[in-house]
Design a protein around this ligand. Structure first.
Ligand code: COA
Length: 695
């Protein structure tokens, strides 16, 4: 039974019980059961009022996302249920605990009153899925809390607490969970609060202000524009007309490319941790995490582990580094306190779970240790080898390497099966991506443990095989190759970055390298040139480095950084690029945004397909999750693999083949996987379906 009901002293209690999140599922019968049960208690003369609740301390996370591909007529029952609630002649009161999200909150909005716990979370996150609240939310929310608060909730998708919802008038009262029914019964006897109307003029003014405040979002997101249009109707039009407009826009958004991509991203972020082949493998128990190395990465990893509830022992041979690490970690928690995310008491409790040590003696009972020492094979091998002889036999040894061969690191130990790569991204306590690098010998339960630990840290974990650059950096190198080459052919840094930022990348690739430090790329290119002399690379970034323009840290890279952070176009760099083209006999030409985007993004697609083909990534969705969560690929385009499918593989392949005529044509050898799939009329996403992800 997905809905339970019982009658208690004249009050009918309807409880949604559809684990794990009480989604209002059509296909699993939740909506049908709720409707039938509500109708029955409304018809029952012995029932004076009705309360709606969610089982397991959670009201409802909203519509079932897996129902979203149902045709319109099949989602009509949800709207019929809401009509039944609003037209009920007996009070129907929502008792909100945990989350009331999306359709869950809209169901509560249709009720005659809402009561919640102070810490409940109420939100309309549909924008995150490229949708609008399609069950009356755009109409009822502004009427209840005003245009500004309603739009803030709908355009940011961020939930508010029960306590804040109370101050906005969204919930009638806040009570501890065990008092909610009693409070609802008292309210039903006392009579429901009257609804106070708002002045249309004031609402119009708020709407204009919100248009300015969210201008960037309105520019990019179709859902945001439709939400604003619906809210405008909520000010000017009667409820039924507003509801019809909302329903029409909802249907349009459901089939939009942005929503398809965002829904895919949501589901893939969850299926990415369910790696094919590991379904029945249990992970090992981990209660504490050891970290070796008190530098930036070590401190960030320690903070992330503490935040996830682990006890942490951090070691470093240098007392100064240990002291610095402690300051960095407490600084992270202090900032959380300052932002109101945690209380000072919680920050103290977190710091109490950190121990510092200058040797490995504290690791005698360790379960998982992450080394984050200097990125050098011999240094890391020595650390792993020393740990290997101290820790218990079932302790997992993880390396935070971003470039080194995990198999070679594992070979330095007597037990390579327990060695794994955990490639955190900087800052480690903030970045969501974690590349889990599985060596040839890594045991399956070691991988399963890493996935479970990552989930506890609220990371998006992507398992990668061993190769140079793993998934993310290997693909990024191909994007950079195009970006640099475009500079030599006629583009300038602002144009390359600008085109990709307009496409939606969080930051253009040249700015990314300025941030990371140009010297990092320099070393890699020198290594590549020695390894593959037949693969010429643009010399622009090398000359930049040789001029000392190492990026933000030098206040000069592809751009100038007079204040250390904000990129400003540099005439000197533009001149240098023009000079290099002339010296190499390249006639510079005008290059349009489309060419920049296609070359940089298709280079990612081609390399991503090779990564899937080689089994380095298990599925295309793994590649996409790396790019959405670690490299700023626009979420509303789903990731390079999803985007390739949206464009159509035959088109992508034709362009890749035509780029083979260019100077760096050798880099455009099409991935055989693209050729095979395009020939067979299949999509990259068809390779995901076995894992249960959408598309
Ligand atoms: N419909 C269907 N399934 C949903 C869902 C929904 N609205 N919301 C969450 N789920 C599923 C997840 O896919 C996940 O499934 P899995 O275990 O098979 O991977 C499971 O519920 C647990 O969700 P998860 O996000 O991993 O758990 P959490 O405790 O960290 O977060 C929520 C729970 C509710 C806060 C979070 O899932 C959420 O924000 N959901 C989206 C809600 C939403 O957008 N609603 C609007 C839809 S109209």
């Amino acid at each position: 039974m997905k809905v339970r009901s019982f009658i208690e002293a004249g009050a009918a209690r309807l409880i949604i019980d559809n684990p794990p999140v009480n989604a209002l599922s059509l296909s699993k019968g939740v909506i049908a059961s709720l409707t039938d049960m509500l109708q029955a208690v409304l018809d029952d003369a012995a029932v004076t009022h009705v309360t709606l609740e969610g089982a397991g301390g959670r009201f409802s996370a909203g519509a079932d996302i897996t129902d979203f591909d149902l045709p319109r007529e099949q989602i009509e029952p949800t709207r019929n249920l809401l009509n039944l609630v609003t037209s009920a002649r007996k009070p129907v009161i929502a008792l909100i605990t945990g989350e009331a999200f999306g359709g869950g909150l809209e169901l509560a909005l249709a009720c005659h009153a809402r009561i919640s716990t102070p810490e409940a979370r109420l939100g309309l996150p549909e924008i995150n899925l490229g949708l609008l609240p399609g069950s009356g939310g755009t109409q009822r929310m502004p009427r209840l809390v005003g245009v500004a608060s309603a739009l803030d909730m709908m355009l940011t998708g961020k939930p508010i607490s029960g306590a804040d919802a109370h101050s906005l008038g969204l919930v009638y009262g806040v009570h501890e969970q065990d008092q909610l029914r009693h409070a609802a019964d008292a309210l039903a006897v006392r009579g429901l609060p009257p609804h106070l109307g708002r002045s249309a003029a004031a609402q119009c003014e708020e709407l204009e202000h919100m248009r300015e405040k969210h201008a960037g979002m309105l520019d990019r997101s179709l859902a945001a524009r439709h939400i604003v249009a619906c809210v405008e109707a909520a000010i000017d039009e009667p409820l039924d007309k507003g509801l019809r407009l909302e329903a029409d826009y909802f249907d349009e958004l459901m089939t939009s490319a942005q929503s398809r991509a965002l829904r895919y991203a949501f589901l893939s972020e969850r299926s990415v941790a369910r790696l094919p082949g590991l379904e029945d493998v249990a992970g090992r128990r981990v209660t504490s995490v050891g970290v070796v190395g008190g530098g930036t990465m070590g401190s960030g990893i320690a903070a992330a582990a503490i935040e996830a509830g682990f006890n942490v022992i951090l070691t470093d041979t240098s007392a100064d580094m240990l002291a610095r690490a402690e300051t960095v970690i407490s600084g992270i928690f202090d900032r959380d306190v300052a932002k109101g995310r945690i209380t000072p008491g919680q920050a103290r409790e977190r710091m109490a779970r950190l121990s510092l040590a200058d040797d490995y003696s504290g690791f005698r009972d360790a379960e998982l240790i992450v080394e984050a020492v200097f990125e050098d094979m011999a240094v890391k091998q020595a650390v792993l080898c020393a740990l290997d002889s101290v820790v218990p036999p079932d302790c997992i040894l993880a390396s935070n390497t971003s470039t080194l061969d995990i198999d070679a690191l594992a070979a330095a130990t007597a037990s390579p099966a327990r060695v794994i790569g955990l490639h955190f991204f900087s800052p480690a306590h903030i970045m969501r991506l974690l590349e889990i690098v599985r060596g040839r010998a890594t045991a399956p339960d070691v991988v399963a443990t890493a996935l479970a630990v990552a989930k506890r840290m609220r990371k998006v974990p992507v398992v990668a095989g061993v190769c140079d650059g793993f998934i993310g950096n290997r693909m990024f190198e191909e994007m950079l190759r195009q970006a640099y080459q475009l500079l030599e052919e006629g583009a300038l840094p602002e144009q390359v970055d600008g085109a990709l930022e307009r496409f939606g990348m969080a930051m253009g690739p040249l700015k990314v390298m300025d941030l990371a430090g140009q010297d990092i790329g320099y070393k890699i290119r020198q290594r590549r040139m020695a390894e593959y002399p037949d693969r010429p690379y643009s010399i622009v970034p090398d000359i930049l480095c040789e001029q000392g323009r190492l990026g933000q840290k030098a206040k000069a890279g592809f751009y100038d950084y007079p204040d250390g952070r904000k990129a400003v176009r540099s005439d000197a760099v533009d001149d240098m690029i023009r000079r290099i083209s002339a010296e190499r006999g390249i006639a510079r030409r005008s290059i349009c945004d489309d060419e920049i985007v296609e070359r940089c993004i298709f280079a990612l697609i081609n390399e991503g397909a090779k990564i899937v083909e080689e089994g380095i990534a298990a599925r295309p969705l793994d590649v996409d999750m790396v790019w959405l969560n670690g490299y700023g690929f626009p979420r509303d385009r789903g990731g390079p693999m999803f985007y390739a499918d949206e464009l159509g593989l035959p088109y992508v392949l034709a362009r890749i083949t035509s780029f083979g005529e260019l100077t760096e044509g050798w880099a455009w050898k099409p991935a055989s996987l693209l050729v095979t799939l395009a020939d067979a009329g299949r999509s990259l996403a068809s390779l995901n379906s076995a894992s249960g992800a959408t598309q």
